[in-house]
Design a protein around this ligand. Sequence first.
Ligand SMILES: [Cu+2]
Length: 448
Amino acid sequence: MIRRSFLQLGSAAAGVALVTHATKTQAAEAPPGHAPQAVPAIAPDTPAARSPVVAPGGQVAVVTPNGSTLPWRLVGGVKVGHLIAEPVDHEFAPGLRAQVWGYNGGTPGPTIEAIEGDRVRIYVTNRLPEPTTVHWHGIILPNGMDGVAGLNQRPIDPGETFAYEFTLRHAGTFMYHPHYDEMTQIALGMVGMLIVHPKRPPGPRVDRDFVLMTHEWKLNVGAKRPDPNEMSDFNVLTFNSKSFPATQPLLVGRGERVRIRLGNLGPMDHHPIHLHGLNFKVTATDGGFVPESAQVPDTTVLMPVGSTRVIEFVPDEPGDWGMHCHMTHHVMTQMGHGLPPMVGVDTKKLDHRMSRVMPEYMTMGTKGMGGMGEMEMKIPHNSLPMRGGPGPFSYIDMGGMFTVLKVRDDPAAAPNAWYRHPAGTVAGPANTARMAADGIDPAAASRR
Ligand SMILES: [Cu+2]
């Protein structure tokens, strides 16, 4: 019996029934489910090397974790690129794949990177089953290049290739996406970033420059494709279309100036993105650069749908720092949805009755949901465990829109390793003698 059936049974009895490793023998006989795969906590191909300088003023190339950059070909002074809109077989994290739509074999599409004043010609080939267009979100260009189907051009039919050509008059952090059947095409993953480096950078030179797009998907357990008709209940939350632990960490050097360009082309939700271990300033939006006098220090930046926010910081505390959406359901995955509230419920009678018909039955969640992700329970084929992934101390209880900012004295060293904490700098069990000396009553601590 697959876990979904257990859930239905459990739900009918206002309980959450899961098979744990305590009942492995029976569980091992269960047919089509599979145990959650052990996944490496750190993606192996972290770009550790220093990025090349690509623009005036020592501006470094943008790095797209889990993504790529669109290659240019220079023809008669024009930068020529090619976007192919097409279906993509995408892995959100090990154990969860789906048929999505994207560009050039991926979602998000390749990051387009250019320099203020560049003339670009971008061919768009449509390999989708329906028409599409590309809108260059935030770019000020001739009206007929803006990509709104019906208003600025006719749609690009399946099999056709259109050419878009314009001059990048303004520097900034922009995006691209279809403006034909947006509801379907954006929800299925057709999004990308468009970075225009300034001719004269307005602020201090940065050492690292990353782009991260937030996105949300409704992917029913067992479904082959995300549901583009969903309006509110999204269950797969991603950075650059990956859920933790598949999100590639951002590796930076202590004391380096770091820029992260965030973009949100998700269908419906804003995301408050929070960084640990540092504070930052918002230096730009898709509307332009924020004057230094107006830059507010912060640790969370709200990412409204259809906008970009650029943050910059200089981390001075080394370590592995969490970076995540602060909406608690956005660090959950498929299994966190639609469960009955169980905290504090007395399930003794239910467990006893259920054990007569299903010996492996055990109601869970009565003490909270912590630890649910790491249990070796059977989960349906092609689904994610409730949340999280393995960490250096124990299971990390967050998944979805979560990644790790790795601040190192030597950013070129051991990108796959967890941070090694100096002795005496990790929280641990308190010493009772020390507690007493500090005026904390050990008896009060042990009272329940
Ligand atoms: Cu969120």
